[in-house]
Structures are given as structure tokens and as C-alpha cells.
Design a protein around this ligand. Sequence first.
Ligand code: ADP
Ligand code: MG
Length: 398
Amino acid sequence: MRFTTVCHVTKLILESTCIDMRFYQEDRYAFLTEWYDPTAALLRRYQLFYYPKDGSVEMFDVKNQRIFLRRTKYDEIHQEDLFVGNRVNVFSRQLNLIDYGDQYTANKLGSKKERTLALIKPDVVTKIGDVLELIYSSNLIVTKAKMTKLTWSQAADFYVEHQSKPFFSNLVQFVSSGPVVAMELMGDEAMSIWRRLLGPADSAVARREAPQSVRAQFGTDGIKNVGHGSDSLAAAARELEFFFPSTIGHGPSNTAIYTDCTCCIIKPHAISEGLTGKILNSISAAGFEISALQMFNVDRANAEEFYEVYKGVVTEYPSMVTELCSGPCMVLEIHGTDSPQTFREFCGPADPEIARHLRPTTLRALYGKDKVKNAVHCTDLPEDGVLEVQYFFKILDG
Ligand code: ADP
Ligand code: MG
């Protein structure tokens, strides 16, 4: 009797300690990551720990079983960046987050995260900035994007589930009539959020029943209705694979034309600050034609190569490289006679501080932070316009 009581008391104490510990224990998220070590030409694996309380990180070398980076405060990582499939930059190392490191992290950060396909149809490709603004304000992020033009048979493949419907041929004809922008959206319940944002398929019905929706605001009728959104997780997987296949070079091609053009890169910091929609809107409002658009994850070797001409010339070269590979960027081909000169003027002086004084309506004045995080890169010399566009849309899009 006495023994059971003692046991009971011990159990109570243990339980209460456990509860206390659970209550007081600091949150820690764990990820399995991979880093490509260019010197050794090896993929190295690390466990990355993130402590949200003080925004510190810690790294553990999996192969050698030892601490690689002692817990250190690091302001460049945010909880929103932590999901499997993303790439984060930790002290100039780009780490690919390949898996959750423990069940706690998977439950806490991964449970409701979904990926879905959003397709912007030909009727509103010029209003892509407005649509992106709505997407970002719904707490979704864009992880992939590509402007493409589907052939009739690609569009018919994409809409195969509707092939027996009376509107099938009109739908396929419309979707293949001009450029579209395919995007992978990610976030908690991304699929239903994007469909709710789109509203009812018929734009007239959308105006009556969901006046705030994208189709109500920008749609014309049942066919010209702004966009498409996957309607199940299985459909999302199939549709994402259609536009962004795991085998390189097998998806629908980009729309770059490589003549009378210049290259604009919306830099990673601007993407992660959610400025993409605003920047695209400013570019369109200024009358520039965006003839190709794609998001890229540039690795360090490619960033170095792309910026080669600035090496030893501009003191910011190393930081420019680090910025360009710190996360996804969005590359645009801007088309038009004299576009290298006119677009450059529109971007403004490289230093946003100077831009704000001298040219307050330029892109860098409006969206730049400093000389490196200056919102956009634009081609310097007119003769490099085509080359820079080719670097991304021919070489990196392979
Ligand atoms: P949603 O795009 O909302 O998923 P559906 O899957 O039902 O809608 O239809 C796919 C697309 O086919 C719609 O986005 C629309 O462009 C077109 N569509 C659907 N119903 C009609 C219709 N009754 N008349 C004309 N086009 C239609
Ligand atoms: Mg559908």
C-alpha cells in the first residue's frame, strides 16, 4: 500500500516535471540539409537547427558526427523560409532543406503546407503583378514561375479531364492563344486558398457572388476567367509535373525571343519581402513589355559567372554574388527597341539612397534597400542585353 502510494507520488512528480519541461522547453526546429561543397565537389549533409526564440542557428555535420556551427544568432533566416524543398543561405552556404529532422518539426511546420498549381491565363498575363499582390496578401508564396506558350495539343493534354465537355475546344483554343504564366504556390492550405481567391469559374457569377475574387475583378466571362487552380492534391501533383517536370528540359518552353531585349532580375531579397507584384506592376505601368519571365534558384558558381564582369571592378562583387544565390530570383526579358537604355534609366542609380534623392520614381528608389539589395539587376551595356537573357533562358533553363 505504502509502496504504491510512493510510486503514485513519484509518478505525479515525474508527470508534473514533464509538463513543466514541455512548457519551458525552447522551440527548436530541425532539418536535414545538403550543401554542395564546390572545392571538394561533394554534397555534404548537415542537420540545421533553428531556434525561433532568438533567431539563432546551429549546424551539425552528419558524416563526421560533430558540431559544425555553434549556436549563433543569424538574422537572415525566418521561420517562413523553413520548409522542405526550399533553399536557405547560412553564412554564405546555400543549404537545400531536403527533409524534416524530427517529427516535432514535421508536425509543427509541415503539416498543412501544400503546393498547388496556379495558371494565369492569356487574358491577364499583363496584370500578373496585381494577381501576385493578391497571392502574397493571402500568405502564399510563389516558389516557381514560368511564362510559356502552350501548343494546342499541350493545352488539350493539360485539360484532358474536360475533353468530353461542350466547352473543351473553346477552352483549349483560348489557353493556347497567348502566353500564360504557370506558378507553384506554397503555403498552409494553398490549394483551397488559391481557388477561393480565384472565385467561381464564370466571371459574371464571380462578380455577383464573390466580388473581391480575382475572377470578379479581372475576368471577362466563363472562358476568359483569369486563371486555373488545381482542385485536388493529386491534380496539383500532376499539373505541377506538367509545367515543372522533375526531368530537366521536358516541360513547356519559355517565351524568350532574344532580340531587342534587356535582362531584369528581381533580386532574392525583393522576392522574399513580397515585392514581386509591386515591381512587376511598376514595370508594366511604365509601358515595358515583359516577353519572358521565370524564377531561378541560382547557385554560387552561376552567380559568380553571371557577375564576372564586375569582379575586381565593383567592390560589392562578393556581396552581389551572395545576394543573387540567397534564394529564388525572378528573371525577365524586357522587349523593345532601345530597351537596354530605357529600362536602365527606369531602374535608376545602383545605390537606392542616391536614387531616392535624384530619381525618386525609379525602381531602385522605390524598392531598394542598399547598393547590394537594390531590388533589381538590369543589363548595363546594350550589347549585353541578349547575352544576359540567353544566360538564363537558354543556359540555365537548359
Ligand atoms: P475551375 O477552373 O474553376 O476549376 P472547371 O474545372 O469546372 O472550373 O472548368 C475548367 C475551365 O473550363 C474553367 O476555368 C473555364 O475556363 C472553362 N469552363 C468551365 N465551365 C464552362 C462553361 N460552362 N462555359 C465555358 N467555359 C467553361
Ligand atoms: Mg478545374
